[in-house]
Ligand binder design. Structure first.
Ligand code: SF4
Length: 339
């Protein structure tokens, strides 16, 4: 059984259109899955839906099986317990997520007291251990958030996420606000914890390079759907979907002066979920769109070993029999996160 198995997940905000549309994902313990895409492509909505952390009135359909148990059909008491002990979230911007008037030790200890039913002494001792695990002295438990640097605060957020020994960590742009040196330290720390504790990690970022460096597999989202998935290094270096290719080309590569002086961008913005273009939703921005693209909405199709992409140019030729072109691989073999 997989640690996380997401099936046909669709998320619709109250009074709006679907922000996530029919996503399948799978992740095994000890593995790291990166979710990439521009702002507005649905990646944060997808991550928050995994723990039902979206505003009241949001409609979530499909299945989110965490260790085989469907989060979407759990009673609220069970969801609250699962949010700490089953899976937890590291949000971006630690200064906004931490309470400015409480010492960090008390903030880390709170879920341990509440969910693990620990004694105050036990919670204090566990807090010290967690701080040391993330590279901070246990004595810093008495500090207020403003007394720590940005990198130290992000370490505190990671310690909080680990407080109740979850099996899955969801990290939403965990290093966006940090300088590159601290970013590298935090990424190595997260990687180490995932390996040492056999956790699963879902990391969200618009930065494909960061995800390729940290994760085993990558899923690239556009207009609420996964449009490419595969081994992280391959998707970054040789994307099969034109959108994933444009995302990868938007970042200069170290050692390549051509890309440093002329990083390629992508004109326009992702579409409004309430007014999606017909056919392939990427066609108005696609540099290689065909005449048929405004009519045909391609499903994910095989685009190489362990790779899939939702583009008519990525799979078997268009004159192949329809079944050969449209039939996705069995999910057992083709979902991202599969080792
Ligand atoms: Fe571009 Fe057409 Fe492929 Fe969509 S299906 S990404 S428009 S070539």
């Amino acid at each position: 059984m997989s640690l996380l198995d997401v099936r046909n997940l669709t998320v619709t905000y109250a009074g709006g259109a679907a922000a996530v549309r029919g996503v399948d994902l799978r992740l095994e313990a000890g593995h790291k899955l990166g979710l990439a895409g521009e702002s507005g492509c649905g990646k944060s909505t997808l991550a928050l839906a995994l723990l039902r952390l979206l505003p009241a009135g949001t409609r979530i359909t499909g299945e989110v099986l965490l260790d085989g148990e469907d989060v979407l059909t759990m009673k609220w008491g069970r969801v609250r317990a699962v949010r700490w002990a089953g899976a937890s979230v590291v949000f971006q911007g630690a200064m906004h997520s931490l309470n400015a008037v409480h010492r960090i030790g008390d903030q880390i200890a709170e879920p341990i007291l509440l969910h693990k039913k620990a004694t105050p002494a036990g919670a204090k001792s566990k807090t010290g251990e967690l701080l040391e695990q993330v590279g901070l002295p246990a004595a810093r438990a008495g500090a207020f958030p403003h007394e720590l640097s940005g990198g130290q605060r992000q370490r505190v957020m990671i310690a909080m996420a680990l407080a109740c020994d979850p099996r899955l960590i969801i990290a939403d742009e965990p290093t966006t606000a940090l300088d590159v040196m601290i970013q590298a330290q935090i990424l190595r720390l997260i990687e180490q914890l995932v390996t040492d504790q056999d956790l699963g990690l879902i990391m969200i970022s618009h930065d494909l390079a960061v995800l390729a460096d940290t994760c085993d597999r990558l899923a690239v989202m556009y207009a609420g759907r996964v449009v490419e998935e595969g081994p992280a290094a391959q998707v970054y270096a040789d994307a099969r979907h034109p959108y994933a290719r444009a995302l990868s080309a938007a970042f200069p590569r170290i050692g390549d002066p051509a890309s440093r002086f002329a990083p390629q961008g992508l004109a326009g913005d992702p579409p409004d979920p309430a007014a999606l273009p017909s056919g392939c939703t990427f066609h108005p921005r696609c540099p290689v769109a065909l005449e048929s693209c405004p009519e045909e909405d391609p499903l994910l199709r095989t685009a190489g070993p362990e790779r899939r992409a939702a583009c008519v140019l990525a799979g078997p030729p268009a004159d192949a029999p329809l079944g050969a072109r449209e039939e996705p691989e069995p999910l057992e073999e083709a979902r991202p996160g599969t080792p």
